[in-house]
Design a protein around this ligand. Structure first.
Ligand code: XMP
Length: 321
């Protein structure tokens, strides 16, 4: 019968059998799936696992520390950290087209991962790659085995032929709530276990317009306020996701103190959903929206307007880009 304890024990046994004394690589994204998958593999084979975490500079406030400090402390995982913020910003300079942003971020991610994998493989040899595939992903992609099955979302397809790994997918039988239960069982940080889905291209696709360091700083600050207030209202677990979007190429007139401002709008995009295929805008309490709006306009000098996205999916997507 299904309990997190049984699931952990079973997974650990299966991973040990599959891996033997070989080496395993895992790309951490900061998300719950890769974190739980890595933690399971760590429990099973310890130092035979190396995790790679690429900071592309598009993460939210506190997320890098969450992985580098809290996750490592909770699991004892061997982590290779790659600070690639410059590289991504440079590659993204001047680009505002959403698809082009996604392509560049995906490409740079693969290149970074490949470099790190080669460095690590040079010392110890790598045979397996951990993938946080869930049961719904398996169903969606037809249930087959192997590398052809990697969701393009997961950012690890596209590795060169001489750098292919056999996949380990310890979450293949699980739904999201089961993954969270296993994460709690493994003692992972609560903020990580309950983290909302977050796209691989990160804040890069939540800035409408060119991505710059200044714009990222504005969005990071507004996003942190929205998340903090949602958590204070204890509504985090009631909604699916809460993208916060910076309309960086739009300005509107405002007034603050005795001065006229000409700042940027922030859009709040809270949604409820079961699987992200369809979604509805979340009816968050007005008091909460008011708090978020006044804090963002008070604390982010570049923002003078907060808008609420009340579009369902379809016709809108959850993300703006
Ligand atoms: P949309 O915007 O298509 O998003 O309604 C559906 C879900 O997918 C997430 N999303 C992504 N996740 N890499 C990811 O890992 C991506 O490139 C990506 N784009 C969208 C989005 O946050 C939502 O949960």
């Amino acid at each position: 019968d299904w309990t997190p304890e049984n699931m952990v024990t079973e997974s650990i046994n299966a991973i040990r059998t599959q891996v033997g004394d070989k080496h395993v690589l895992c790309a951490l994204s900061g998300g719950v799936d890769s974190a739980v998958a890595a933690a399971l593999v760590q429990q099973a084979i310890g130092s035979q696992l190396t995790c790679v975490f690429v900071d592309h500079g598009l993460l939210r406030e506190g997320e890098v520390e969450q992985v580098r400090n809290d996750f490592v402390a909770a699991t004892g995982v061997d982590l290779v950290f790659a600070d690639e913020r410059e590289r991504f910003l440079t590659a993204l300079a001047g680009v505002s087209d959403p698809e082009e942003k996604r392509k560049i971020i995906g490409r740079e991610f693969i290149r970074t991962f490949e470099e790190k994998a080669r460095e690590i493989a040079g010392e110890r040899g790598i045979d397996f790659l951990v993938q946080g595939t869930l049961y719904p992903d398996v169903v969606e992609s037809g249930g087959g085995e192997g590398t052809a099955n990697i969701k393009s979302h997961h950012n690890v397809g596209g590795l060169p032929d001489d750098l292919q790994f056999t996949l380990i997918e310890p979450l293949r039988q699980m739904f999201k709530d089961e993954v969270r239960a296993v994460g709690e069982q493994l003692g992972l940080p609560e903020a990580m276990v309950w983290r909302h889905p977050f796209p691989g291209p990160g804040l890069g696709i939540r800035i409408v317009g060119e991505i710059t360091e200044d714009r990222l700083a504005i969005l990071r600050q507004a996003d942190a306020i929205a998340r903090e207030e949602l958590a204070n209202a204890k509504l985090e677990r009631d909604i699916w996701q809460f993208p916060v979007v910076l309309l960086a190429d739009v300005r509107s007139v405002g007034v603050q103190g005795d001065g006229r401002t000409y700042g940027h709008p922030i859009v709040l995009r809270p949604v409820v959903s079961d699987d992200a295929m369809t979604a509805d805008w979340a009816r968050l309490p007005y008091e909460l929206l008011e708090k978020i709006s006044s804090r963002i306009t008070n604390e982010c000098p570049e923002v003078n307007r907060v808008a609420l996205d009340i579009t369902s999916k379809p016709p809108g997507t959850i993300e703006w880009e």
